[in-house]
Design a protein around this ligand. Structure first.
Ligand code: FAD
Length: 391
């Protein structure tokens, strides 16, 4: 049975960064990164938007072939189509995930990580000596490999977490079903991302347009099925597109789930850590998870290297990974989650009113603090939302 020090399951942003970091932190370790799909980065199930500062911690977007578009504005549409323009102090980017994910995996390989595609983890159990044995399926059959530490970076449908006995269940109200087209030949401000909220547009979620080029964009939405009127995400999306972007050519279609929950109570056990979407490390307000995945992958990779070097891969030792994540972003996500719950009680009429209040502030003075202060005075319904931020 082949032995590895670290086995990383899933070559998304979390897995590639975790594998690269483990190898960088302890070059003597044997690190294997496996990916179920035949090509890293394909299929794309993502709107591909990321903030500049978080991205730059891992890769330089200037002139990179995987950076599709620079974004400098956000246009928020209230349920009644009132438009609110907000300048973004930090630039954002729309990625080409096919190339970006492949570039991260190539970076891991350059560090000395063994990358194996078309290799699916199909089962996992403990060995007599306390390591993990993972059954892998490839086109040439099944094999079993052993590892001191397994990092589960296997996305929303994580099996590694379940096999390790972690509670990875998602409350139905915190699971968004998304549908997205690539739409060509439509008109929009190509330096801006568009977000629209509304119970009749995207119940429990929001609709988005993220530009890929001057006239091509990812156009999609996410809904919480429990709040829908019986239609699925694609039906809501078709209606939104018919109203706003009729005439565009649909050159791509994808569906996917986004977990808008908070970090799992436990993301580790003896010899196992899970990170990224697998551990629900997504911003529950925005649904953004790419940078979070990379940040958690970095922590998991470093924790794996340190634990193996110390000869202690126990749950107690790996608890430092969970704690480091909670300190970095997990506690903040818990606050955002509470705000999300409080916002869910507000209706479309409230958001239409809020949009008009914000538009009453001169655009050059629309800082987040000022918007919030104005909004609190004019819309006392926001007070419980603000209160949730501090509990
Ligand atoms: C429609 C949609 C739009 C989104 N838009 C954005 C956005 O604009 N910005 C943003 O920040 N986030 C967005 N997200 C979320 C973002 O895509 C994820 O948070 C991010 O990809 C998480 O990275 P990850 O590495 O944890 O998981 P993933 O990127 O899902 O990677 C997991 C990998 O594991 C592999 N895998 C799974 N099981 C196995 C197995 N058993 N064996 C081997 N390999 C396995 C999968 O094939 C996959 O490659 C969106 C999500 C959806 C669905």
């Amino acid at each position: 049975m082949p032995d590895h020090d670290v086995l990383v399951v899933g070559a998304g942003p979390a897995g590639s960064v975790a594998a690269a970091e483990a190898k960088r932190a302890a070059p003597e370790l044997d690190v294997l990164l496996i990916e179920r799909d035949p090509f890293v980065g394909t299929p794309v199930r993502c709107a591909e938007g990321v903030g500049d500062p978080g991205l730059r911690e891992f890769a330089d977007p200037d002139g990179a072939p995987w950076a599709a578009r620079k974004i400098t504005r956000v246009i928020i549409l209230a349920p009644d189509d009132t438009e609110v323009k907000v300048a973004w102090s930090d630039v954002a980017w729309i990625l080409d995930r096919t190339r970006f994910d492949a570039a991260l995996a190539a970076q891991a390989a350059a560090e000395g990580v063994e990358v194996q595609v078309a290799t699916e983890a199909v089962g996992m159990g403990r060995t007599a000596d306390g390591r993990w044995a993972m059954r892998l399926r490839t086109s040439s059959g099944e094999e079993t490999v052993r590892a001191h530490v397994v990092i589960g970076a296997d996305g929303v449908e994580t099996m590694v977490g379940r096999w390790a006995g972690l509670d990875t269940r998602v409350p139905a109200r915190d699971m968004e079903s998304c549908a997205q087209y690539v739409l060509d030949g439509i008109d929009f401000d190509a330096d801006a991302i568009y977000l629209q909220f509304g119970d009749h547009i995207a119940p429990g979620g929001y609709a988005w347009l993220f530009p890929k080029s001057e006239r091509s964009a990812n156009v999609g939405l996410g809904i919480v099925a429990l709040k829908s009127d019986g239609r699925n995400a694609r039906e809501y999306l078709d209606e939104w597109i018919a109203r706003r972007y009729a005439g565009g050519t649909r050159t791509g279609y994808t569906v996917g789930g986004v977990i808008v929950h908070h970090t799992l109570k436990r993301t580790h056990t003896d010899g196992v850590m899970i990170c990224g979407d697998a551990a629900h490390m997504v911003n529950p307000l925005s649904g953004g998870g790419i940078v979070n995945a990379m940040k958690s992958g970095r922590l998991a990779g470093r924790a794996a290297a340190a634990a193996i070097r110390a000869g202690d891969t126990s749950q107690a030792r790996l608890a430092s990974y969970h704690q480091a994540w909670m300190d970095l972003l997990g506690e903040a996500h818990l606050k955002y989650y509470r705000i999300k719950q409080a916002l869910a009680d507000l209706d479309d009429a409230f958001f239409n009113g809020l949009a008009r209040t914000v538009n009453g502030i001169p655009s050059h003075k629309r800082t987040l603090g000022r918007v919030f202060a104005h909004a609190l005075v004019r819309h006392p319904q926001l007070i419980p939302v603000a209160a949730r931020f501090f509990v």
